[in-house]
Write a new protein. Structure first.
Length: 399
């Protein structure tokens, strides 16, 4: 069996059917199941039972470890930045040429989003705003002025773990609102996973469908069919066990509702990367669902997400079944090749693929996604010289 598994690995690496790492992972899972009980001669399945119990114990231990880290740590803002200061040692900014139509009329290059009465935004613009959410405040403001002249930071919500008067704040989400110079458009940008608190929120929102995806590696697709039923039962359990059940991104949802209600003539978007993109799509779907109940409401909230999980099961778990399927029209997800996170849960909106030839971890990085888009499309900005810092792309080293 070991010899056959090694031969299978070699064949898959030399000639993969989909991608080498996916096929190798599938062979590993199948080989492990065979060794732990899925043999014709083992009829009682003892080894499978032991394997399942061990896997569940490892998962529970990991979950408890994450919770303990969250309890003992105080949430603080990161001081690391991917935008080096011009003139500092080793800092180099590389130009990205404007190629116009020579960049290719690919969907990732040509997709436009209305910005006021004249201008428009590209997918890379939303990617830059998503990247800014990971920056410390001074670097965020400096980069905002550099790449989006005239834009302002209208609102900032940085989630922190606090004790005393605000003990155990329910909202764990860090997000920002950026507004154009003429106040015609606002973009909410939601930060992704950076610490144990965000990892706990990942588990909170997407654990059920993640476990389904594990079963799909060795069996039929269960998330699209069983997912809504599992979500319904889980939601009933949440409501029965805790009458005080609250969303972990409630402040974001309420702030979006408030801003859209106060500015009915303004265009609104919401964007994010990874966890932030998933939350952005959940908020957009819920806002659109609520506004569909209001006669004459013509405002829209479009979500632009990068390497973000789907929301098919997560939305049903948090908000109940969407009978009108409004989530099909509210989001666009940029899905890098080889990325794993964007394949968790089933996609309900539109998807735009991008290039990536690295590992799943590398392809999930927001700056690698931007590099692939700039390599394919150019800067897509004809009005001024566009440069990006060293360290983002493999071919742009810091000296």
């Amino acid at each position: 069996s070991i010899f056959l598994a090694l031969v299978s690995f070699g064949i898959l690496v030399m000639s993969p059917l989909e991608s080498a790492w996916k096929d190798a992972l599938l062979i590993t899972v199948m080989f492990s199941l065979r060794q732990f009980g899925l043999q014709k001669r083992v009829v009682d399945g003892r080894k499978v039972k032991y394997l399942a119990i061990t896997a569940l114990a490892v998962f529970q231990f990991s979950l408890v470890a994450v919770i303990c880290v969250c309890i003992v740590q105080r949430r603080t803002s990161s001081n690391e930045s991917m935008f080096c200061t011009p003139g500092s040692p080793g800092c180099v900014y590389y130009p990205i040429a404007f190629t116009g139509s020579l960049g290719g009329r690919w969907p990732v290059c040509e997709t436009d989003f209305k910005l006021g009465s004249r201008d428009s935004m590209k997918l890379t613009d939303f990617g830059l705003l998503s990247a800014l959410t990971y920056e410390p405040m001074p670097q965020l403001l400096h980069a905002l002025g550099r790449y989006f002249p005239g834009w302002t930071l209208s609102y900032a919500h940085q989630a922190k773990y606090e004790t005393g008067e605000h003990e155990m704040a329910h909202d764990w989400t860090t997000f920002y609102e950026f507004t154009t110079l003429d106040n015609s458009t606002s973009v909410f940008a939601v930060r992704g996973t950076v610490d144990a608190f965000d990892a706990l929120q990942d588990l909170h929102l997407w654990l059920p469908v993640f476990l389904m995806k594990l079963f799909e590696l060795v069996g039929p697709n269960v998330a699209p069919t069983w997912g809504p039923a599992v979500a319904w039962f889980s939601r009933q359990g949440f409501l029965i066990e805790s009458r005080k059940f609250k969303l972990s991104f409630l402040s974001l949802l309420e702030n979006v509702r408030k801003r859209m209600r106060e500015n009915p003539e303004r265009q609104f978007y919401i964007t994010g990367h990874s966890l932030g993109g998933g939350v952005a799509k959940l908020v957009a779907a819920q806002v659109e669902r609520e506004r569909s109940w209001i006669t004459g409401a013509d405002q829209e909230l479009t979500a632009v997400a990068f390497a973000a999980p789907g929301i098919g099961v997560a939305e049903a778990l948090l908000f109940g079944h969407d009978r009108q399927n409004t989530n099909r029209f509210t989001s666009i997800t940029v899905r890098p090749r080889n990325d794993i996170v964007s394949h968790i849960d089933h996609l309900t909106g539109s998807a735009i693929p991008t290039d990536c030839h690295g590992s799943p971890l590398k392809c999930h990085h927001i700056y690698k996604i931007l590099c692939a888009m700039y390599a394919r499309c150019g800067s897509m900005r004809s009005e001024h010289n566009f440069t990006i810092p060293c360290g983002w792309c493999d071919d742009m080293p810091c000296t």
